[in-house]
Every structure is written in C-alpha cells, then in structure tokens.
Design a protein around this ligand. Structure first.
Ligand SMILES: NC(=O)c1ccc[n+]([C@@H]2O[C@H](COP(=O)([O-])OP(=O)(O)OC[C@H]3O[C@@H](n4cnc5c(N)ncnc54)[C@H](O)[C@@H]3O)[C@@H](O)[C@H]2O)c1
Length: 381
C-alpha cells in the first residue's frame, strides 16, 4: 500500500522516473486484458465509437503480444495525439468508391487505419470467395499498424492473402542502395497462408532492414540497435537510434544485397501507393496515410485444399530438415516467432518500459481519464 501511494504520488508530481527500482520492477508487466481495457478507454475518450476503439486497441495489444512492440501499445499515445491534432477523424466511415467483380477502390474517410484496413480486407475476402480472387486498394486512412494482421484474417478463412503498404508521399526513412539520404519508406509486405491444423505461415516485414518503430522502442528503452541497421547523417554506420532522427537513414533490407530491398520497396510503392491513389514517396515530412493494396486468393479455384495443405507440409518438413547452425540454434518457419511470442506473453503479460508507460498515462490524463486505476492495475500485475 505504501509503495502504491508512493508510486501514485510520484506519477502525479511528474517524478515517475525517480520511482524506486523495486517499484519499477513491479510496474511494467501488464496482462493483455488490462492493456485492451486501457487502449479502449483511450480511443473512446478520443472520440472513437466503442466498436472502433476496441478494434484498434485489440490490434495494438495483439502486435505487442506477437513481439512487434514497434507497432504495439507504444502507438496508443501516438494515435491519440494524432486524433487530437485533427490529423485523423475518429468517426470517419470507409467507403467503396469504385467496384468491379474482383476489385474495389476504398477511401478510408480519414478514419484510423486498423478500422479501414479490416473493412477492406473483408471486402477482398468476399470477392475471392465468389470469384477466386479479390484485390482492393485503400487510401485516406491513418497508419494501418502491423500489416500482418490483415492477411491473418484471410488465412482464418482458408485463403491466401498478401498486402503491400507504402507511406504515401513520405519517403524520408530509407537510403537507397548506393545513396546516403533517406528517400524511401519502410514499405512493408505481409503475407499469410493457412496450414492444416496449425498456425498459418505468416510473413510480415518491412522492405528495410528494420521497421522505423523499432528505433522508437530502442529510444524509449535507452538501448542501442544492431550494427547494419542505420547510417548517420554523414553516411557512417551507427548503432545509436538518435542518429536516425538527426538526418540519418535506415538501410534497405538485404545487407550487401541491399539493392534487393530497394527493388522490393519499388514494388510496394507502385502497388500500394500508385494504384491506391495515395501516391508514392516524394519526401513529404508527415505521413498522411498508408497506401494499401490487398489481394486474396481462394485456394480451391487453383488446386484442391488437400493438395495445397500437403504441399505446405512438404515444404515445411524439407526446410526444417537442415542441420542446425549452432550460432542461431533453431530453424523457424515464417510466423513461428510471432506465434511463440504471443503464447508466452498471453501467459506472462507484456513488458512495458517506463517511458512508454508514463506516456500512455499522460495521454489518459490529457483526455480526462482517472489513470490512478491503471497505475494500481500495473502495480498489482
Ligand atoms: N504500417 C506501416 O506503415 C508499417 C511500416 C513498416 C513496418 N510495419 C510493421 O512493422 C512490423 C515489424 O517489421 P519488421 O520488418 O521489423 O519485422 P521483423 O524483422 O521483426 O520480422 C519479419 C518477419 O521475419 C520473421 N522472422 C523473425 N525471426 C525469424 C527467424 N529467426 N526465422 C525465420 N523467420 C523469422 C517473422 O515471422 C516476420 O514475419 C511488422 O508488423 C510490419 O507490418 C508497418
């Protein structure tokens, strides 16, 4: 009780960072349910409908559970800030503005990206159910978050999904191979395909060596990042995430073959940005919207489900039959890392660093929420 009071007082006096170690050690591990509750309260207080608030909060909590902390609860305060600044409309209604049997063009009406992207994915799924394949584009929405969430919805329907996602006109994060200035975005590709009675195959990756959000996580935790991720403003390799925000750049995916990451990034720009109408990288300072293209394939229009599932298992067994490199220790299939993290963190709770936690609490108090309950929840976790 004394500790709780001390923690609460320090929070209100802005001295959160000065909490005694034993209090800090208890603080940051929260259950998925608690975080979902906190996120839903925040988005509802920011003006979202209860349904949308719950959906966006669930997406962010799932991202943390999956181990993609860059796209998890660290985004709670960022999204709230953007709504408060009027960048996005918490009450927007995504609409189909053009439609053919296998395609649709969707305008997100400025709503939060998770709501618009889920709406769009469901339309692509229905088109594929009827016609074998469905492709939709999405523009005019906010950040859609962890892109892998959308093909995973597809795999649940025993179909295959692929998503290309650019950052509209931004283009100020990644140096092209051979260049020193940030001219491209992190431009992720996500893909999911079902397996027989097992977690699906899930590929969810930026076409840069890392998502930019991982630098924010490192900053909040006070950590360095691996060599090979970044160059500073003079083009020197660096492990300090601060260098990125001082005119440095993230490198394209691929290390010595970084040109391949750059090639993938062009695919994403033209499919996600040019086809959606959101536009391609042009160096704007603020990302107004992700530009998105989602394609769904209904397996039975190409082969039988059984034959497909047999092939997935042949591939998985073949790849995993390799000798193990002791420096790495195991062979994972795409997605195993996420599903393993999710199982572990559902059990243990999600670790939240004190900077992220204090920003989440600050966003809550800024919206008039009594966050003392959250502090107690964290202390009791
Ligand atoms: N909305 C946006 O604008 C945007 C932009 C960039 C990235 N993102 C998101 O950021 C997140 C992080 O992206 P990232 O590129 O840093 O991801 P990452 O490098 O952590 O993981 C990429 C992929 O590698 C797989 N993987 C990880 N370890 C593995 C191993 N040992 N063996 C085999 N496969 C392994 C994972 O399953 C995952 O599919 C993703 O969810 C992505 O969608 C979003």
């Amino acid at each position: 009780m004394v500790i709780k009071l001390l923690a609460t007082c320090l929070l209100w006096s802005g001295s959160w960072r000065n909490l005694p170690r034993r209090v800090k050690d208890q603080m940051p591990q929260l259950s998925a349910e608690s975080l979902l509750n906190i996120g839903s309260q925040l988005f509802e207080a920011a003006g979202c409908s209860p349904g949308d608030a719950g959906a966006v909060a669930a997406h962010l909590v799932d991202s943390s559970l999956y181990g993609h902390h860059s796209h998890g609860v660290i985004r709670l305060y960022e999204y709230v800030d953007q709504i408060k600044q009027g960048i996005f409309d918490p009450r927007g209604k995504p609409q189909v503005v053009d439609e053919k049997p296998c395609t649709a063009v969707i305008d997100g009406d400025g709503i939060l990206g998770q709501v618009a992207a889920e709406f769009s994915t469901k339309i692509a799924i229905e088109k594929a159910r009827q016609h074998g394949t469905g492709t939709v584009t999405l523009r005019n929405t906010s950040h859609i978050g962890r892109v892998g969430a959308y093909p995973l919805l597809v795999a649940q329907e025993q179909m295959i999904g692929i998503v290309f996602c650019n950052a509209g006109r931004l283009g100020r994060q990644i140096a092209p191979h051979g260049g020193l200035d940030p001219k491209m975005s992190t431009n992720p590709i996500a893909f999911a395909a079902p397996r027989r009675n097992q977690d699906p195959i899930l590929v969810d990756m930026a076409t840069s060596v890392t998502a930019e959000g991982k630098l924010r996580v490192a900053l909040n935790r006070g950590e360095q990042v691996p060599l090979g991720w970044l160059i500073d403003q003079h083009g020197n390799p660096t492990t300090d995430p601060n260098d990125y925000y001082e005119n440095g750049a993230i490198l394209p995916l691929g290390g010595v073959a970084g040109y391949k990451g750059q090639c993938l990034s062009f695919i994403v720009e033209l499919l996600g940005g040019a086809l959606s109408g959101q536009g391609v990288s042009n160096g704007e300072k603020i990302m107004k919207s992700n530009g998105v293209l989602i394609t769904v394939y209904r397996i039975e229009h190409f082969t039988s489900l059984d034959a497909y599932y047999d092939e997935v298992e042949i591939l998985a067994r073949h790849v995993q039959s390799s000798r193990i490199d002791p420096k790495i220790g195991e062979i994972l299939l795409p997605g195993e890392w996420e599903f393993r993290n999710a199982r572990q963190q559902r059990k243990d709770g999600v670790m939240i660093d004190e900077t992220t936690w204090s920003r989440i609490c600050k966003a809550g108090t800024g919206l008039g929420i009594d966050t003392q309950v959250w502090v107690e929840m964290a202390l009791n976790a």
